[in-house]
Write a protein of this length. Structure first.
Ligand SMILES: [Zn+2]
Length: 291
């Protein structure tokens, strides 16, 4: 049996790391929020295809949009934490990491019908300290490890023997030394580059390549996970002309095609034999029974 997990990181267009030196935290409240509309585009696709996903929700958003969180939960999706303030974990001290995660859980818990058991670090900036905090707070899993080598924001934690992955093997889950389950972002290696399935990598990749990537990962891995953000479905979002060409390209490329591409991908996944679509929370329970 193979499993596929769709995950959505809930943050507004102006909270993205690539825009941070143009829009700072204290300015967030002044910006036009588009999270309701863009999240509903995602919810509509998931509903039409009858699948459930894991939503890693930023506490700052949940505090201001409780009805949206309840709507996501009422459609059967898993509510998980994306922290509160979206600060890179390796740039803040240990007690701030802990209070950021704790604050997000305090906001999300009453809005969700079930316990918050999963976490994704802002910009995949996971640290060993943070995994310790998650374990102490009774989280079941973290889903923050991204092996793409050329983004310095991505965190590194010792999990498994990385040398065993030089053939492009896609490790789909691992147990950390403190017993927390880690679900890395699905990657496959092309020309020595670990290419993730999701986000800007997904928008950059043509559909024929995504099909190939999915088949390649499926061959080596029993869990495939795919991540996106609601702003990636929103071509009408405000455009910051003052961004560097690099960040402009990475943030705005392919926004108009995301909805059709993910819909195609879901159809494709559903046509694979012996594939089940689960949330990370459900996967954590399945794995807990296995080990
Ligand atoms: Zn994020």
């Amino acid at each position: 049996m193979k499993y596929v997990v769709f995950s959505i990181d809930i943050e507004d267009w102006f909270q993205v790391e690539n825009l941070k030196n143009r829009i700072q935290y204290h300015e967030w409240g002044l910006k036009e929020s588009r999270i309701d509309e863009s999240t509903r585009v995602v919810l509509e696709i998931l509903k039409r295809r009858n699948i459930r996903a894991t939503f890693f929700i930023l506490g700052w958003i949940a505090e201001r949009k409780p009805a949206l969180v309840k709507e996501i939960a009422s459609q059967g999706h898993e509510i998980a934490s994306h922290g509160y303030k979206h600060e890179l974990l390796h740039k803040i001290d240990d007690s701030t990491v802990e209070s950021d995660i704790r604050k997000s859980v305090e906001i999300l818990r009453p809005l969700s019908r079930s316990k918050i058991v999963g976490y994704r670090a802002p910009s995949f900036s996971i640290t060993k300290t943070a995994t310790g905090v998650l374990k102490a707070m009774n989280f079941a899993y973290d889903a923050s490890l991204n092996d793409f080598q050329f983004n310095r924001r991505y965190g590194k934690i010792a999990t498994y023997d990385r040398t065993s992955r030089t053939d492009g093997e896609a490790v789909s889950w691992t147990i950390l030394e403190n017993d927390l389950i880690e679900f890395p972002i699905s990657v496959n290696t092309y020309l020595t580059i670990y290419w993730p399935l999701g986000g800007g990598y997904f928008r950059l990749s043509p559909m024929w390549f995504i099909r190939k990537q999915l088949r390649d990962i499926f061959r080596k891995s029993d869990i495939v996970s795919i991540y996106l953000h609601p702003w990636e479905f929103d071509p009408g979002q405000p455009r910051l002309k003052s961004l560097s060409a690099n960040y402009y390209f990475r943030h705005y490329y392919g926004l108009g095609k995301t909805a059709d591409k993910i819909d195609n991908l879901i159809k494709l996944v559903k046509n694979f034999p012996d594939v089940k679509i689960k949330t990370f929370g459900e996967m954590a329970k399945i794995l807990a029974r296995r080990v």
